[in-house]
Design a binder for this molecule. Structure first.
Ligand code: IFM
Length: 473
């Protein structure tokens, strides 16, 4: 059951922060984003096999209260209703991901026609409403069999990913023009293989660095495959959660700490992708920890495929100190890189709200990697909002978050960054990985017991902002 977003209703716009519309051009691309495992459910229907997240969710203690994506938002069965919601927002584009084990069960062999049929219908529903389908090939749901064969630390996974890209292009390439290879490879590599906080839950830094390289190689191979098999012109890019890292003070140790964080959070991805080489300082930093990237001849040329766009996911910025709380700059012979909270207001994720960081990040990316169009492919906030007695969901904190970050995008453009679009994360409240359903990022509230969707105040505000910006109000 859905509450429709009625044009012009602006139920709570008066409660929204008194901002002018962001100074964005009429042809700016507006969107909303989701990912397959977080919303689809139907985890074992129509031939889909397990992904690493299906397995990880069943590890005791891995996910909040043992939540899993078996049902999620039941989007697999409610897709037309959800597309109606998207259409009601008046966005230009919908960014969603393909479930690899739904399309290619087990991660090898032929495509599963029943799985593909779902995305076929989704793309058709979107196009029928003039909404651009913006596909992400990989948003973290690796087929379990590929993890059993070594996962992303194994080089072969990159080749399997290119095969999957070819299947997706074969089925959807006649209608989908915008293709993103990977979403946030940092999360796949570091949270998945170093800290163990994400699936598959492994904790070996050497595996994490091998995963970084093989994810990037997979990106390059997939980009080649997409372009080689596309029936018409396509746009190919990658989405990164670039770490915006600032030094706590101007002291050398703090500046070095921020440099290290930036190196491992951003440049280890952007440099090989755009410049065709890993940054020397990052390679040295890794070497000091006894780590290396398993680069083979020719890999960097594959990774540096031309990018039509860079997707940037932004939620917060981090400040770094080069000394620990006892003032030590070296611990166990290694330099300290310590994140220092700034005491700013936070979201329900405990992430500090730092819109200026988005401006700085976009300007910096534009400066360091010129000529690369940028889309903010995710931005948004979790807050603990619930429907009121009237069933409406007032979420002024989220609305304010969006307003401030859209202003930050406009400021980046004014400073010269080539930012062409923005996707709100997320359309729906959904499965927030290790936090399960506890954290709500949606502009549409989901009552998981009934699957009722209720657009929040922020959804009304987003729709009105898009309309007013287009009209140049
Ligand atoms: O929900 C995630 C999404 O899957 C990837 N980017 C960050 C979001 C919020 O944590």
């Amino acid at each position: 059951m859905t509450t429709r977003i009625e044009p012009g209703a602006a139920a709570h716009a008066a409660d929204a922060p008194a901002t002018a519309v962001p100074a964005l051009p009429a042809d700016f691309l507006w969107g909303v984003a989701t990912s397959a495992y977080q919303i689809e459910g139907a985890a074992f229907e129509d031939g889909r096999t397990a992904s690493i997240w299906d397995t990880f969710c069943r590890v005791p203690g891995a996910v909040f209260e043992g939540h899993n994506g078996d049902v999620a938002c039941d989007h697999y069965h409610r897709m037309p209703e959800d597309v109606e919601l998207i259409a009601g927002l008046g966005v230009d584009a919908y960014r969603f991901s393909l479930s690899w084990p739904r399309i290619q069960p087990g991660g090898s062999g032929a495509a599963n026609t029943r799985g593909l049929a779902f995305y076929d219908r989704l793309v058709d529903e979107l196009l029928a409403r003039d909404i651009l389908p913006w596909v992400t090939l990989y948003h973290w749901d690796l087929p379990q069999e590929l993890e059993d064969a070594g996962g992303w630390p194994a080089r072969d996974t990159a080749h399997r990913f290119a095969d999957f890209a070819g299947l997706a292009m074969g089925a959807l390439g006649d209608r989908v023009r915008w293709w993103t290879t990977l979403n946030e490879p940092w999360c796949s590599a570091v949270l998945g293989y170093e800290t163990g906080r994400h699936a598959p839950g492994r904790t070996d830094p050497a595996d994490a660095m091998a995963a970084v390289h093989h994810l990037l190689l997979g990106h390059g191979l997939a980009a080649q495959r997409l372009r080689a098999t596309a029936p018409g012109p396509i746009q190919v890019g990658i989405t990164l959660n670039t770490a915006h890292a600032l030094p706590a003070t101007d002291a050398r140790a703090d500046r070095e700490a921020a440099r290290r964080a930036d190196g491992l959070g951003t440049r280890i991805y952007t440099d090989p992708l755009v410049l065709g080489s890993y940054p020397a300082d990052v390679v040295d930093d890794l070497g000091a920890r006894g780590l290396r990237l398993p680069v083979q001849d020719g890999d960097l040329a594959v990774i540096a495929q031309p990018l039509d766009f860079l997707g940037v996911n932004y939620y917060t910025s981090h400040v770094f100190s080069g000394s620990d709380e006892q003032g030590r700059e070296l611990v166990d012979g290694l330099p300290v890189t310590r994140q220092v909270p700034q005491g700013l207001p936070v979201t329900a994720m405990d992430w500090e709200i730092t819109p200026d960081g988005l401006t700085d990040l976009l300007v910096r990316l534009g400066r360091d990697y010129p000529g690369l169009p940028i889309y903010v492919t995710e931005n948004g906030a979790a807050f603990d909002d619930r429907p009121g007695p009237d069933g409406e969901v007032d979420d002024p904190d989220r609305t304010a978050y969006y307003a401030r970050h859209l202003d930050a995008v406009a400021a980046a453009r004014a400073a010269g960054a080539d930012v062409r679009g923005y996707f709100a994360w997320s359309l729906l409240d959904n499965f927030e990985w290790g936090y399960g359903y506890e954290k709500r990022f949606g502009i549409v509230h989901v009552d998981y017991a009934t699957q009722r969707r209720t657009p929040k105040q922020s959804a009304h505000w987003y729709r009105d902002t898009i309309r007013r910006t287009r009209a140049g109000d």
